[in-house]
Write a protein that binds this ligand. Structure first.
Ligand SMILES: Cc1cc2nc3c(=O)[nH]c(=O)nc-3n(C[C@H](O)[C@H](O)[C@H](O)COP(=O)(O)O)c2cc1C
Length: 154
């Protein structure tokens, strides 16, 4: 089963979680970092960048919470990607505090559903600007991905 991890990260918290998620998937996985300039262009070329999600069965979408919502880079990707319809999506978000969890979850779920896909898993990692992004939380993210993979690819 082929999977993809697509994420955005400004200060590195979500990137650490994305790496832990990819480790937990441990198999056929592509990773795409959404790294856009203010003009909307890709700043760093990501070799595995793709808008076409048809080769992937499980799609992990990650980002950081900005003003209680999914970050605009991830938002733009979800709206612009191709062949998301009918796919299983797993969300992972980081936020400064726990209080944004439900709001950000609803935002992500609405976005994914609006593209005809379903959110089959969700993880939220509170970071307090990186101060509380402990190894334990990263291991939990890795385990979350491993558990999700086992569920869909026993
Ligand atoms: C402009 C801005 C707005 C933010 N808004 C929220 C928010 O509404 N809720 C929250 O929990 N964290 C918020 N944060 C904190 C980030 O989501 C958090 O630090 C995240 O882990 C950063 O991820 P990154 O290191 O991958 O960029 C905000 C941070 C910035 C810079």
């Amino acid at each position: 089963m082929k999977s993809i991890v697509v994420y955005c990260s400004k200060t590195g918290n979500t990137e650490k979680v994305a790496k832990a998620i990819a480790k937990g998937i441990s198999g056929n996985v592509d990773t795409v970092k959404l790294d856009l300039s203010p003009e909307g262009l890709l700043k760093d070329f990501s070799a595995s960048f793709t808008l076409d999600l048809s080769p992937y069965e499980l799609i992990f979408l990650g980002g950081w919470v900005m003003v209680m919502r999914v970050h605009p880079f991830l938002y733009a990707y979800i709206n612009g990607c191709k062949n998301l319809e009918g796919k299983n999506v797993v969300g992972f978000l980081t936020g400064g505090a726990g209080f944004s969890r439900e709001h950000a979850y609803d935002d992500l779920k609405g976005l994914v559903n609006s593209r005809g896909a379903q959110l089959v898993g969700f993880s939220y990692t509170p970071t307090l600007l990186g101060l509380t992004l402990t190894r334990k939380k990263l291991r939990a993210a890795e385990e979350f991905a491993r558990h999700t993979m086992n569920k869909f690819n026993p």
